[in-house]
Design a protein around this ligand. Structure first.
Ligand code: IDP
Length: 138
């Protein structure tokens, strides 16, 4: 058994649409454990650090602005292969093409240009997970 930790964010669209409970329920139903949980109105510096790999891309500034638009729920989630497992629960980036059965596929709405409004974030590797947990749960 390889217990891992990942950082999950319910983004402002997910919180505003009342989907926090649904997202957390899917995580728990899968057998993962919530190790840390907080509702936070993120600071720009935190978001710029979190999304550092996307700096310079055309969607970077709209993404940061969107993430500043309302509170987010940040969680540290633990479980066997949870990094890969949560990304599988979340589905692919674009809500329109994310598979049915996934969070983004079932609940995500297509907002045209606003791909950034896809309900959740999940770390993509053990290195990202530790880096991101350090940013959100310093
Ligand atoms: P991921 O969240 O599925 O891992 P990444 O490629 O790491 O996707 O992108 C981070 C976030 O940036 C996405 O979840 C989405 O909110 C936003 N994003 C990615 N690509 C685009 C784009 O082309 N337009 C607008 N937003 C984007």
């Amino acid at each position: 058994m390889t217990t891992e930790r990942t950082l999950v964010l319910v983004k402002p669209d997910g919180v505003a649409r009342g989907l926090t409970g649904e997202v957390l329920a899917r995580i728990e139903a899968k057998g993962y454990r919530l190790a840390e949980l907080r509702l936070v109105h993120a600071e720009r510096a935190v978001l710029e650090q979190h999304y550092a790999e996307h700096r310079g891309k055309p969607f970077f500034e709209p993404l940061v602005e969107f993430m500043l638009s309302g509170p987010v729920v940040a969680a540290v989630v633990e479980g066997h292969r949870v990094i890969e497992g949560f990304r599988s629960l979340a589905g692919t980036t674009e809500p329109t093409t994310a598979a049915p059965g996934t969070i983004r596929g079932d609940l995500g709405r297509d907002w045209g240009e606003k791909v950034q409004q896809n309900i959740v974030h999940g770390s993509d590797s053990p290195e990202s997970a530790e880096r991101e947990i350090g940013i959100w749960f310093a």
